[in-house]
Design a protein around this ligand. Sequence first.
Ligand SMILES: Nc1ncnc2c1ncn2[C@@H]1O[C@H](COP(=O)(O)OP(=O)(O)OP(=O)(O)O)[C@@H](O)[C@H]1O
Length: 283
Amino acid sequence: MNPVIEINGLSFGYEFGDSVLKDIHLAIFPGEMVALVGQNGAGKTTLVKHLIGLLRPPVGKVKVGGLDVANSRISTLARQVGYVFQNPDHQIFHDTVQAEVAFGLHNLNLPREEIGQRVKAALSDVGLAHLAMANPQRLSRGQRQRVALASVLAMRTPVLVLDEPTTGQDYQERQQIMELVKQLNKAGHTIIFITHDMSLVAHYASRVIVLCQGRIVLDGATREVFQQPQKLAESLLVPPQINILANQLNEQLNVQGPVILTVQEMQTYLQQLGEGKENGTGG
Ligand SMILES: Nc1ncnc2c1ncn2[C@@H]1O[C@H](COP(=O)(O)OP(=O)(O)OP(=O)(O)O)[C@@H](O)[C@H]1O
């Protein structure tokens, strides 16, 4: 299978600034659900801006859906990758939610009917169907974030890049957004999401890429990455509480237990430990 995103030797620095990305090599395959993590200023947003042509690689090569970003038009790349900005106000310009979500679709020259259908479906997906005629500027930050998400969903691109999609959302909205993202991934979209919430990473990502000062320092299946708490700590990343608790329990019991990522996994593990004890085989 060919990678949908291929980065070879990408280095980048802003004008008058230090180097922000250093020799990035990366291949992401169709259907992956990748979490891109790292402390503030690690270079995550700078990296993904290279996928949509907002930044062009001065050194190295970036390919998306087989297109070389260095010489592809932003409008062409926009058919491959949808990007939800970290700050929704950087991508919301229209007077109504409906017009906002329809904007990108007009650029695709789609028939009016299809535009209407896609807008409706995207707004319903993010739970904003009832606010189609509202002015986005009057909505809450969390709602504006979801308008931005709907605008990108409506484009139906094979790759979705979500830069901190759950910022400003309450607990329930956060779960809803991530469940929606999971469904999109199941339906075949390749997902890259940036977040500082390591419990979302543990729960939803199939692969984790850790950026530290512009370099990739960890890249692997989620469970493998959480198996290296020392390396995560070096990047100032704190695993979810449940993972830490399980590690401490294993240490106390002096057993090599599994890597626990979610509360549900912990529940199952505790049950197994309990049953082992009853049978006299537990630690
Ligand atoms: N437009 C810009 N001009 C100059 N420097 C910039 C610009 N955008 C970002 N930087 C700098 O580049 C570095 C990486 O920033 P970037 O936004 O990519 O990090 P990040 O990992 O996404 O951080 P955060 O988690 O805070 O969003 C930071 O030092 C930042 O100050």
